[in-house]
Design a binder for this molecule. Structure first.
Ligand code: FE2
Length: 218
């Protein structure tokens, strides 16, 4: 808490100090919660590992541009959540088709794309996926869906976007999540870099995910 004199100085400068707020001064921006949408898989694929580009037992590689999506799962103070957070992602294939009963032309989807993957974070809170750079489909800007659950049942459902994509501003889910706040925007926009030394022609991005500070109320 600021001393009285500092508080008076701040007041003179037109700055209001909210008592107790000081403790949260170093809190990170939470990753914005977003809708799950209609395409979370009804049944999980037999191969549901963290490499969505290669389905086990199939020689084909998914069509599209490969993206290595990685980062850490953190609490609001920036401390990695100890290992064991379940991170799930799902997205459409390179033609904009989900592997879901509600998907029109589902039978035309790229069977070499897993569409869904999951991984448990390691002891340092790290996760990694090999997936596709997301593409647009009618009504939506490119995005990847995510769902997380920590060992102490804190949960988060969100979506990640491509930083700088001109279609983002026209996307209703993106707009609801960002609400004009650049800090919220930074939490859900992926900055892609060439995955030099990792995989040729692929991209990589680092996305830390900041979880809600408490489990949902029962
Ligand atoms: Fe979607």
């Amino acid at each position: 808490m600021p001393t009285v004199s500092r508080r008076l100085l701040l007041a003179a400068a037109g700055i209001t100090v909210v008592p107790g707020r000081q403790a949260f001064a170093s809190e990170l921006t939470m990753t914005p919660e977003q809708t799950e949408g209609p395409f979370y898989p009804r049944t999980l694929p037999v191969d549901s590992d963290n490499d969505l580009v290669q389905v086990r037992g199939s020689p084909a590689r998914a069509m599209g541009t490969v993206l290595h999506l990685q980062g850490r799962v953190l609490n609001g103070s920036g401390v990695p959540v100890p290992g064991g957070t379940m991170v799930e992602i799902w997205q459409c294939d390179s033609q904009g088709l989900y592997d879901h009963p509600r998907q029109p032309r589902r039978e035309q989807r790229d069977a070499a794309f897993q569409g869904y993957g999951s991984v448990l974070t390691d002891a340092d809170g790290r996760y990694t996926f090999r997936t596709l750079k997301p593409v647009a489909y009618p009504g939506r800007t490119p995005h990847i869906h995510l769902k997380l659950e920590t060992p102490e049942t804190r949960r988060l459902t969100t979506q990640f976007y491509l930083a700088g994509d001109p279609r983002n501003e026209g996307d209703f889910v993106w707009r609801q999540a960002v609400r004009g706040n650049p800090r919220d925007q930074a939490m859900i926009e992926m900055r892609l870099e060439p995955a030099n030394g990792l995989e040729s022609g692929a991209y990589t991005t680092w996305m830390d995910i900041v979880m809600p500070s408490s489990p949902p109320r029962a």
